[in-house]
Every structure is written in C-alpha cells, then in structure tokens.
Design a protein. Structure first.
Length: 401
C-alpha cells in the first residue's frame, strides 16, 4: 500500500495531523482548568471536550442523510484550512493571556466544523485508492496512525509542551498539523470512485436499512462510545486527585493507552481471518473491565499497565468495524454510509461528555470510572444479540463476516 504515493502521502499527513490533536487531549483539560472561573471543573472540561463535535455532527449528518454529494477531497481541504486558521488564532489568544472559557469553547466549536466530514473523507480517499483488495490493510494503517498519534506521540508531546511552554502552544502544533495534512491531500484523489453511482442518490440511512446487521452494529458502537466518554472527563481529575500527578502524569497515562493501542493496531492484519462479529463483541466486554480496574488502584504504575492493556484490547475495534461495513457497499454508497457511520459513532462523544461532566461532579472521578465500566458490561448481552443474531440477514458480504 505504501508504494502508492497518494496513499503514503495521505497516511503521513493523517499521522502528523493526529499528533497535534493528541496533544490537545492533555493540553485542553489543563487550559480549561486555568480558565474555568466559577464554572465547576468537570462541567468546564465537558464543555471544552464536547465543543468540537457539535457543528461537525450537524454537517456530517447532512452529508450522510442527505442526497447532495460533496467530493471527499473538498471536505478534507475545507477541514484543514478552517482548523489551521481557527486554532492558530486560539493559540495567539492563549499565549497572550486573552483567552477565556467562552472564547475557547466557541473557537473549538467553529474550528472543528468539518472535523467528522474530514475524518470520513480521509478514510474514503485512502480506501478508494487502495481498492477492495487493500481496504482491510489501509483501515488497519489508519487505525495504527490514530492510536500512535492520538494516544502515544500526541499526549506525551502534549505533556512536555504543557510543562515547558504552556497549554496554549499545543494549539499552534495542531494548526500546523492541519496545514501538513492539507499539503498531503492528493490532487488526483479518488473522489470519482467514492461518488460514482447510478440513478438517484440514496441517503446513508436507506442504504443501512438494507443491511440490518451493519445498522445494528452502528447502534451498538454508538452506545459503546457513549459509555466510554465519561472516562475522558474523569481522567484529568483522577490523575490529579487519586494518583496525585500533574499534566505529565496525564500525558504518560494517555501514552500508556497509546502503546497498548499501537500494539493492538499492529496486530489487526493478523485478525483478518477471525470471525469479525464475535471479535467485536469480545472487545466491548474486555474494554469494560479497564475503567473498573483503574478506579480500584491508586498507583500510577498499575494504572499505566491497566490503561495499556485497555488500549491493546480496544485498538482493533475501529478498523475491523469499518472493514466489515465497507465490504458490503458499492462505490456509490461509500461516502454517505461511511460519513453516517462515522457521525453516528462519533456523535456519542459530545453526548457522553455532556453527561460525563455532571456525572463525574456527582460521583467523583473513581465513581464515574466504575459506572462507565459497569454500564459497558451491561451493554455486552445487547451487543451479542444485535451483532451475532440472525447472521444471514443483510448482504452476503456481511453474512459471511
């Protein structure tokens, strides 16, 4: 796959852009805690974490549910340009001491308008260039990019930058990553393949209704992600309170998740021949144990081991799920369904974060971690019934997965 310059360039840009985003996992909670004023800490963190998903969800739903097709390359370019300009402006305000919590929330809200559409466009362009034979490998490489950048390099660098220069400088790095990705967008992209269809365009939801297994898996993934999000709100408070560590401790903990996720993503290609549906259900059950184990330990070393194992377990979920989904789609169905799927899976984030703030404020960081894990365990039998039941339903590609 990497011999194709279009794929290699896009994967490199994706990796570097995600490093900047990974730095914000550490920097934005720290920045928020310095700005929250009279707003409760957990509520403020939840608002900042949720802001990038709101407008981006609205736009992505319009693409996924509507019949108007926008070339993936156009959406990706728009994402890079808007994100780089807005985040650079936020960085200037942060380092000059003029940034306030409302401005930060508004900037993240506006600057990430094309976030979900851009994310699905990266996948569409890369998998379209790779073709059907290379789709599983490219999805695996995208997953490897995400786990390494978001959970290893990004958080570790974010902790270093926050400790040495201040949280605001991480915004500049993310803006620079968006510019690098813009330079890597192929000029002769696979837009025509991704958009090709015959007759009247269909919405992503109508297409999913013909593939009930994929539709049910989307519902399961929504709740899986929804129940995970309180962990992101609880983690900064858990690190500073229970573990008595600072920004560097939070960065190292995210890094441990990333190391495990990197190993898990690197093993994705070895899972190609395993039954995909039972694998996805098993991942949900094993991940649920992670936040519960975190809650019962007050030792940073043990927490690093637990979070690392959690990353190892979770990493294959996304590439396997996307390969499962795309295997049953015609070229003209890819954009609307992949965008809708990405949105449905990701819209759980702002909703989970919005719930996570009050939940963590009420139960505390360790109580929120336990509740997240227990509710995910309760999702397990529902997921098994939805994904494993009636295997002959839908198209042949889905039935054989």
């Amino acid at each position: 796959m990497l011999r194709d310059r279009r794929i290699a360039g896009l994967l490199l840009g994706d990796l570097l852009a995600n490093v900047g985003t990974g730095m914000l996992l550490v920097a934005m909670p720290v920045q928020t805690l310095s700005l929250h004023g009279s707003v409760p800490k957990a509520i403020a963190i939840g608002l900042v974490e949720a802001a990038p998903f709101v407008l981006s969800t609205v736009l992505a739903l319009a693409v996924g549910l509507g019949r108007v097709r926008v070339p993936p390359r156009t959406l990706l370019v728009a994402d890079c340009v808007l994100r780089s300009a807005t985040f650079a402006a936020l960085g200037v305000l942060a380092v000059t001491g003029l940034l306030t919590l409302p401005v930060l929330v508004a900037g993240l809200l506006f600057g990430a308008t094309f976030r979900l559409a851009g994310s699905s466009s990266r996948r569409l362009l890369a998998t379209s260039a790779a073709g059907e034979a290379g789709r599983f490998s490219v999805n695996g490489l995208l997953g490897l990019n995400t786990t390494f950048a978001l959970y290893i390099a990004g958080p570790v660098l974010g902790g270093v930058v926050v400790a040495t220069a201040g949280a605001g400088f991480a915004l500049f790095v993310d803006a620079a990553g968006a510019l690098i990705l813009l330079a890597c967008v192929p000029r002769e992209a696979g837009d025509r393949d991704a958009l090709r269809e015959e007759g009247t365009p269909e919405s992503g939801w109508r297409i999913l209704r013909r593939r009930p297994v994929a539709a049910r898996l989307l519902v399961v993934e929504f709740f899986f992600n929804f129940l995970y999000m309180p962990v992101e709100v609880a983690l900064p408070l858990y690190v500073s309170g229970t573990l008595h560590a600072g920004a560097s401790g939070l960065g190292v903990l995210w890094g441990a998740l990333g190391v495990g996720a990197f190993l898990g993503a690197a093993l994705v290609s070895r899972l190609r021949n395993l039954p995909q549906r039972p694998l996805l259900v098993a991942i949900i059950g094993l991940w649920a144990l992670c936040p519960i184990a975190l809650a019962v330990t007050g030792d940073l070393t043990v927490a690093l081991l637990v979070f690392g194992l959690g990353g190892l377990v979770y990493a294959p979920f996304t590439p396997v799920a996307y390969s499962f989904l795309q295997s049953g789609l015609a070229p003209g169905e890819q954009q609307q369904v992949v965008t809708l799927w990405t949105t449905g899976a990701t819209v759980a984030a702002p909703l989970g974060l919005a719930l996570g703030g009050p939940l963590i404020e009420l139960t505390g960081s360790t109580g929120g971690l336990v509740l997240s894990g227990v509710l995910t365990l309760l999702l397990l039998p529902i997921a098994a019934r939805a994904v494993l039941g009636r295997k002959t339903e839908g198209n042949p590609a889905c039935a054989s997965a």
